[in-house]
Write a protein that binds this ligand. Structure first.
Ligand code: HEM
Length: 278
Protein backbone atom coordinates (compact mmCIF):
# COMPACT_ATOMS: atom_id res chain seq x y z
CA UNK A 1 0.00 0.00 0.00
CA UNK A 2 1.64 3.28 -1.13
CA UNK A 3 1.47 6.23 1.24
CA UNK A 4 3.21 8.68 -1.15
CA UNK A 5 1.44 12.01 -1.60
CA UNK A 6 1.03 13.38 -5.16
CA UNK A 7 2.01 16.85 -6.33
CA UNK A 8 -1.12 18.91 -7.04
CA UNK A 9 -0.84 22.56 -8.18
CA UNK A 10 2.72 22.76 -6.86
CA UNK A 11 1.64 21.37 -3.47
CA UNK A 12 1.96 17.80 -2.29
CA UNK A 13 -1.46 16.44 -1.29
CA UNK A 14 -2.65 12.87 -0.87
CA UNK A 15 -4.18 11.31 -3.94
CA UNK A 16 -7.96 11.81 -3.88
CA UNK A 17 -9.21 10.06 -7.01
CA UNK A 18 -9.58 6.30 -7.19
CA UNK A 19 -11.38 4.35 -9.89
CA UNK A 20 -12.94 1.88 -7.48
CA UNK A 21 -12.42 1.30 -3.75
CA UNK A 22 -9.35 2.85 -2.14
CA UNK A 23 -6.14 0.80 -1.84
CA UNK A 24 -6.58 1.22 1.95
CA UNK A 25 -9.91 -0.56 1.79
CA UNK A 26 -8.50 -3.28 -0.47
CA UNK A 27 -5.74 -3.92 2.09
CA UNK A 28 -7.53 -3.46 5.43
CA UNK A 29 -11.09 -4.51 4.46
CA UNK A 30 -12.31 -1.85 6.86
CA UNK A 31 -15.84 -1.91 5.47
CA UNK A 32 -16.08 -5.63 6.31
CA UNK A 33 -14.54 -5.12 9.76
CA UNK A 34 -17.11 -2.44 10.58
CA UNK A 35 -20.03 -4.75 9.78
CA UNK A 36 -18.99 -7.27 12.43
CA UNK A 37 -20.16 -5.40 15.55
CA UNK A 38 -23.61 -6.91 15.99
CA UNK A 39 -24.80 -6.30 19.54
CA UNK A 40 -26.94 -8.97 21.21
CA UNK A 41 -28.81 -6.31 23.24
CA UNK A 42 -29.62 -2.65 22.59
CA UNK A 43 -27.65 -1.52 25.66
CA UNK A 44 -24.95 1.00 24.57
CA UNK A 45 -22.51 -0.39 27.17
CA UNK A 46 -22.40 -3.71 25.35
CA UNK A 47 -20.53 -2.18 22.37
CA UNK A 48 -17.24 -1.75 24.30
CA UNK A 49 -17.50 -5.32 25.57
CA UNK A 50 -18.11 -6.66 22.05
CA UNK A 51 -15.41 -4.63 20.27
CA UNK A 52 -12.80 -5.38 22.93
CA UNK A 53 -13.64 -9.06 22.78
CA UNK A 54 -13.13 -8.91 18.99
CA UNK A 55 -9.85 -7.02 19.42
CA UNK A 56 -8.64 -9.67 21.88
CA UNK A 57 -9.71 -12.42 19.47
CA UNK A 58 -7.61 -10.75 16.72
CA UNK A 59 -4.65 -10.57 19.10
CA UNK A 60 -5.07 -14.30 19.92
CA UNK A 61 -4.84 -15.05 16.18
CA UNK A 62 -1.81 -12.80 15.79
CA UNK A 63 -0.02 -14.52 18.70
CA UNK A 64 -0.70 -17.95 17.19
CA UNK A 65 0.76 -16.64 13.91
CA UNK A 66 3.89 -15.24 15.60
CA UNK A 67 4.55 -18.33 17.73
CA UNK A 68 4.26 -20.58 14.66
CA UNK A 69 6.84 -18.35 12.96
CA UNK A 70 9.10 -18.64 16.05
CA UNK A 71 8.72 -22.43 15.87
CA UNK A 72 9.94 -22.45 12.25
CA UNK A 73 12.93 -20.29 13.24
CA UNK A 74 13.76 -22.56 16.18
CA UNK A 75 13.57 -25.61 13.92
CA UNK A 76 16.08 -23.91 11.61
CA UNK A 77 18.29 -23.25 14.69
CA UNK A 78 18.06 -19.51 14.02
CA UNK A 79 17.77 -18.51 17.69
CA UNK A 80 18.27 -14.79 17.06
CA UNK A 81 15.38 -14.66 14.57
CA UNK A 82 13.21 -16.65 16.99
CA UNK A 83 14.02 -14.30 19.87
CA UNK A 84 13.15 -11.29 17.69
CA UNK A 85 9.78 -12.87 16.81
CA UNK A 86 9.13 -13.72 20.47
CA UNK A 87 9.93 -10.11 21.47
CA UNK A 88 7.43 -8.86 18.91
CA UNK A 89 4.80 -11.23 20.30
CA UNK A 90 5.53 -9.94 23.82
CA UNK A 91 4.74 -6.41 22.57
CA UNK A 92 1.45 -7.69 21.08
CA UNK A 93 0.65 -9.20 24.47
CA UNK A 94 1.22 -5.85 26.15
CA UNK A 95 -1.31 -4.37 23.68
CA UNK A 96 -3.70 -7.26 24.38
CA UNK A 97 -3.48 -6.70 28.11
CA UNK A 98 -3.94 -2.93 27.82
CA UNK A 99 -7.24 -3.67 26.05
CA UNK A 100 -8.72 -4.79 29.39
CA UNK A 101 -8.83 -1.22 30.71
CA UNK A 102 -12.13 0.01 29.25
CA UNK A 103 -14.10 -3.03 30.42
CA UNK A 104 -12.22 -4.10 33.53
CA UNK A 105 -14.24 -1.90 35.85
CA UNK A 106 -17.82 -2.63 34.85
CA UNK A 107 -20.16 -2.62 37.83
CA UNK A 108 -22.42 -5.70 38.25
CA UNK A 109 -25.37 -3.47 37.22
CA UNK A 110 -23.63 -2.39 33.99
CA UNK A 111 -22.69 -5.98 33.10
CA UNK A 112 -26.20 -7.22 33.96
CA UNK A 113 -27.68 -4.71 31.51
CA UNK A 114 -26.54 -6.91 28.60
CA UNK A 115 -25.35 -10.16 30.20
CA UNK A 116 -28.58 -12.14 29.63
CA UNK A 117 -28.41 -11.30 25.92
CA UNK A 118 -25.07 -13.23 25.72
CA UNK A 119 -26.99 -16.46 26.47
CA UNK A 120 -24.51 -19.31 26.90
CA UNK A 121 -21.81 -17.45 24.93
CA UNK A 122 -18.42 -17.34 26.69
CA UNK A 123 -14.78 -16.69 25.76
CA UNK A 124 -14.28 -20.26 26.99
CA UNK A 125 -15.57 -21.28 23.55
CA UNK A 126 -12.85 -19.38 21.64
CA UNK A 127 -11.07 -21.94 19.44
CA UNK A 128 -8.12 -19.63 18.73
CA UNK A 129 -7.60 -18.97 22.46
CA UNK A 130 -7.38 -22.75 22.88
CA UNK A 131 -4.82 -22.97 20.06
CA UNK A 132 -2.85 -20.33 21.90
CA UNK A 133 -2.93 -22.35 25.13
CA UNK A 134 -1.91 -25.50 23.25
CA UNK A 135 1.06 -23.63 21.73
CA UNK A 136 2.05 -22.59 25.26
CA UNK A 137 2.06 -26.26 26.32
CA UNK A 138 -1.33 -26.35 28.07
CA UNK A 139 -2.75 -29.24 26.07
CA UNK A 140 -6.15 -30.67 26.96
CA UNK A 141 -8.20 -33.06 24.83
CA UNK A 142 -11.45 -32.11 26.58
CA UNK A 143 -11.09 -28.54 25.25
CA UNK A 144 -11.83 -29.92 21.76
CA UNK A 145 -15.36 -30.99 22.76
CA UNK A 146 -17.10 -27.58 22.31
CA UNK A 147 -15.90 -27.57 18.67
CA UNK A 148 -17.06 -31.10 17.68
CA UNK A 149 -19.73 -29.75 15.35
CA UNK A 150 -17.30 -27.53 13.42
CA UNK A 151 -14.97 -29.99 11.65
CA UNK A 152 -12.51 -27.40 10.29
CA UNK A 153 -11.82 -25.88 13.72
CA UNK A 154 -11.98 -29.25 15.48
CA UNK A 155 -9.44 -30.77 13.04
CA UNK A 156 -7.12 -27.82 13.39
CA UNK A 157 -7.24 -28.07 17.21
CA UNK A 158 -6.77 -31.84 17.05
CA UNK A 159 -3.66 -31.35 14.89
CA UNK A 160 -2.36 -28.70 17.31
CA UNK A 161 -3.02 -31.04 20.25
CA UNK A 162 -0.60 -33.61 18.79
CA UNK A 163 1.93 -31.09 17.43
CA UNK A 164 4.93 -29.78 19.38
CA UNK A 165 4.19 -26.67 21.43
CA UNK A 166 6.44 -23.61 21.24
CA UNK A 167 8.19 -24.83 24.40
CA UNK A 168 8.73 -28.30 22.86
CA UNK A 169 10.54 -26.61 19.97
CA UNK A 170 12.61 -24.57 22.41
CA UNK A 171 13.65 -27.70 24.33
CA UNK A 172 14.50 -29.53 21.08
CA UNK A 173 16.69 -26.57 20.01
CA UNK A 174 18.47 -26.60 23.41
CA UNK A 175 19.03 -30.36 23.01
CA UNK A 176 20.59 -29.82 19.55
CA UNK A 177 22.95 -27.27 21.12
CA UNK A 178 24.17 -30.00 23.46
CA UNK A 179 22.25 -29.05 26.62
CA UNK A 180 21.01 -31.89 28.80
CA UNK A 181 17.30 -32.00 27.93
CA UNK A 182 16.22 -35.57 28.80
CA UNK A 183 15.11 -37.79 25.91
CA UNK A 184 11.90 -38.76 27.72
CA UNK A 185 10.89 -35.07 27.75
CA UNK A 186 11.60 -34.78 24.01
CA UNK A 187 9.74 -38.00 23.25
CA UNK A 188 6.81 -37.51 25.63
CA UNK A 189 3.15 -37.76 24.55
CA UNK A 190 2.70 -34.32 23.02
CA UNK A 191 -1.09 -34.40 23.43
CA UNK A 192 -0.72 -34.14 27.23
CA UNK A 193 -0.15 -30.94 29.19
CA UNK A 194 3.54 -30.18 29.75
CA UNK A 195 4.73 -31.22 33.25
CA UNK A 196 7.73 -29.55 34.95
CA UNK A 197 10.94 -31.58 34.85
CA UNK A 198 13.91 -31.35 37.25
CA UNK A 199 16.53 -31.85 34.50
CA UNK A 200 15.00 -29.12 32.33
CA UNK A 201 15.12 -26.85 35.39
CA UNK A 202 18.85 -27.65 35.72
CA UNK A 203 19.40 -26.73 32.06
CA UNK A 204 17.75 -23.32 32.51
CA UNK A 205 19.73 -22.72 35.72
CA UNK A 206 22.91 -23.49 33.71
CA UNK A 207 21.80 -21.07 30.97
CA UNK A 208 21.20 -18.31 33.53
CA UNK A 209 24.56 -18.92 35.21
CA UNK A 210 26.40 -19.08 31.88
CA UNK A 211 27.54 -16.51 29.34
CA UNK A 212 25.71 -17.62 26.17
CA UNK A 213 23.81 -14.39 25.38
CA UNK A 214 21.60 -16.04 22.74
CA UNK A 215 20.29 -18.63 25.21
CA UNK A 216 19.84 -16.06 27.93
CA UNK A 217 17.85 -13.81 25.56
CA UNK A 218 15.72 -16.81 24.59
CA UNK A 219 14.99 -17.60 28.25
CA UNK A 220 14.05 -13.98 28.96
CA UNK A 221 11.84 -13.65 25.84
CA UNK A 222 9.93 -16.78 26.91
CA UNK A 223 9.64 -15.50 30.48
CA UNK A 224 8.22 -12.20 29.16
CA UNK A 225 5.54 -14.20 27.31
CA UNK A 226 4.77 -16.35 30.37
CA UNK A 227 4.47 -13.20 32.48
CA UNK A 228 2.14 -11.38 30.05
CA UNK A 229 0.00 -14.50 29.72
CA UNK A 230 -0.30 -14.77 33.52
CA UNK A 231 -1.21 -11.07 33.54
CA UNK A 232 -3.98 -11.62 30.95
CA UNK A 233 -5.42 -14.39 33.12
CA UNK A 234 -5.21 -12.35 36.29
CA UNK A 235 -6.74 -9.22 34.72
CA UNK A 236 -9.56 -11.41 33.35
CA UNK A 237 -10.11 -12.85 36.82
CA UNK A 238 -10.24 -9.39 38.41
CA UNK A 239 -12.62 -8.06 35.71
CA UNK A 240 -14.87 -11.07 36.31
CA UNK A 241 -14.76 -10.67 40.09
CA UNK A 242 -15.71 -6.98 39.78
CA UNK A 243 -18.53 -7.40 37.29
CA UNK A 244 -20.22 -10.60 38.47
CA UNK A 245 -18.90 -11.63 41.89
CA UNK A 246 -19.33 -15.37 42.56
CA UNK A 247 -22.16 -15.97 40.06
CA UNK A 248 -22.05 -18.89 37.64
CA UNK A 249 -20.41 -18.03 34.24
CA UNK A 250 -22.42 -17.73 31.00
CA UNK A 251 -20.40 -20.74 29.79
CA UNK A 252 -21.68 -22.79 32.74
CA UNK A 253 -18.55 -22.89 34.93
CA UNK A 254 -18.38 -21.92 38.61
CA UNK A 255 -17.14 -18.53 37.32
CA UNK A 256 -14.52 -16.86 39.53
CA UNK A 257 -13.73 -20.09 41.44
CA UNK A 258 -12.97 -21.86 38.14
CA UNK A 259 -10.91 -18.96 36.78
CA UNK A 260 -8.90 -18.79 40.04
CA UNK A 261 -7.68 -22.35 39.46
CA UNK A 262 -6.72 -21.53 35.86
CA UNK A 263 -4.82 -18.44 37.03
CA UNK A 264 -2.64 -20.50 39.37
CA UNK A 265 -1.04 -22.35 36.43
CA UNK A 266 2.13 -21.07 34.79
CA UNK A 267 3.50 -21.80 31.35
CA UNK A 268 7.21 -22.66 30.74
CA UNK A 269 7.37 -23.65 34.45
CA UNK A 270 11.11 -24.33 34.78
CA UNK A 271 11.93 -20.81 33.61
CA UNK A 272 10.44 -19.63 36.90
CA UNK A 273 11.71 -22.32 39.25
CA UNK A 274 15.30 -22.39 37.86
CA UNK A 275 15.81 -18.85 39.20
CA UNK A 276 16.14 -20.20 42.75
CA UNK A 277 19.37 -21.97 41.69
CA UNK A 278 21.15 -19.08 40.01
C1 HEM B 1 -15.81 -8.46 32.33
C2 HEM B 1 -16.08 -9.24 31.32
C3 HEM B 1 -15.91 -10.73 31.39
C4 HEM B 1 -16.44 -11.62 32.27
C5 HEM B 1 -17.36 -11.33 33.45
C6 HEM B 1 -15.97 -12.93 31.88
C7 HEM B 1 -16.29 -14.10 32.54
C8 HEM B 1 -15.78 -15.34 32.26
C9 HEM B 1 -16.07 -16.56 32.95
C10 HEM B 1 -16.98 -16.67 34.17
C11 HEM B 1 -15.38 -17.54 32.37
C12 HEM B 1 -15.39 -19.04 32.75
C13 HEM B 1 -16.18 -19.86 31.76
C14 HEM B 1 -17.65 -19.55 31.85
O1 HEM B 1 -18.35 -20.16 32.67
O2 HEM B 1 -18.13 -18.69 31.07
C15 HEM B 1 -14.65 -16.97 31.26
C16 HEM B 1 -13.78 -17.67 30.46
C17 HEM B 1 -13.08 -17.10 29.43
N1 HEM B 1 -13.19 -15.81 28.97
FE1 HEM B 1 -14.15 -14.30 29.89
N2 HEM B 1 -15.16 -12.81 30.80
C18 HEM B 1 -15.11 -11.49 30.45
C19 HEM B 1 -14.42 -10.93 29.39
C20 HEM B 1 -13.74 -11.65 28.47
C21 HEM B 1 -13.13 -11.08 27.29
C22 HEM B 1 -13.18 -9.61 26.85
C23 HEM B 1 -12.51 -12.09 26.65
C24 HEM B 1 -11.75 -11.96 25.37
C25 HEM B 1 -11.86 -12.82 24.38
C26 HEM B 1 -12.70 -13.30 27.43
C27 HEM B 1 -12.20 -14.54 27.13
C28 HEM B 1 -12.35 -15.65 27.92
C29 HEM B 1 -11.65 -16.90 27.68
C30 HEM B 1 -10.62 -17.17 26.59
C31 HEM B 1 -12.10 -17.80 28.65
C32 HEM B 1 -11.58 -19.22 28.86
C33 HEM B 1 -10.46 -19.16 29.91
C34 HEM B 1 -9.85 -20.51 30.21
O3 HEM B 1 -10.18 -21.50 29.58
O4 HEM B 1 -8.99 -20.55 31.10
N3 HEM B 1 -13.45 -12.99 28.53
N4 HEM B 1 -14.90 -15.63 31.21
Amino acid sequence: MSTCPVVHGGEEVPKLDFGGTTPYEDYVHASVLHTLQKQASDDPREMSFLVITQIMELYFGLLVFEWRQAQRELRADDLRAAVRTLHRSDLHMQGLNAAWRPIARMTPGEFNSFRDALGEGSGFQSGVYREMEFLLGEKSRSMLVPHRAVPKLHDSLEAQLHAPSLYDDVLAALHRRGLGIPVDVLERDLSRAYEPNADVEKVWAEVYRGDDRDLLELGEALTDIAEEFARWRYDHLLATRRSMGAKVGTGGSAGVAWLEKRTQRSVFPELWTARSFV
